[in-house]
Design a protein around this ligand. Structure first.
Ligand SMILES: [Fe+2]
Length: 168
């Protein structure tokens, strides 16, 4: 009978909602969804440039872009799985990403220097998106998400520095 059944396990982060309110958890997941959309869109843009870059900088840019799109692919998985750990669905289609991302798609074929400029702008856009999630994270006392955001900001600042150094 039901009286002998154990109660269902509590959600992993049940302490977040201990006051009966959302406590920033939904806003955290929404912010992470925007970060995932930015990361995936920047991944695709960087992979595009890896394929289509031309000119005397081709060997070095082809490799630099590869390093950066591979890092972004791994990051997307980590961000999506953090959203799932918060019991929210992770967006996972081009349409859902396009609605959430702050990064524009290209409708032209930029030259190598313009590719680097656009990637610098993209890296900075992701940093802004990540920083915007912190108020909700602090409200939720969500240290694991704060740690993930800090690592993502650090990675994007390093990537932006490497790209800016190409333009110097
Ligand atoms: Fe390749």
């Amino acid at each position: 009978m039901t009286s002998s059944q154990a109660p269902p396990p509590a959600p992993m982060d049940s302490s977040i909602a201990a006051d009966g309110k959302d406590g920033g958890r939904q806003a955290t997941a929404d912010g992470l969804s925007r970060l995932l959309a930015d990361s995936y869109t920047l991944y695709l843009k960087t992979h595009n440039y890896h394929w289509n870059v031309t000119g005397p900088m081709f060997p070095s840019l082809h490799l630099l872009f590869e390093t950066q799109y591979l890092e972004l692919a791994v990051a997307g998985d980590l961000i999506a799985e953090r959203i799932r750990a918060l019991d929210q669905p992770a967006p996972a289609s081009y349409g859902e990403f396009a609605r959430r991302t702050a990064i524009d798609e290209d409708d032209d074929q930029p030259d190598a220097t313009e590719m680097v400029r656009r990637l610098v702008a993209g890296q900075h856009a992701v940093i802004r998106t990540a920083k915007a999630v912190f108020p909700a994270v602090e409200q939720a006392h969500d240290e694991p998400t704060a740690d993930l955001l800090t690592q993502r900001i650090q990675a994007h600042e390093k990537a932006a520095w490497m790209l800016r150094s190409v333009l110097a």
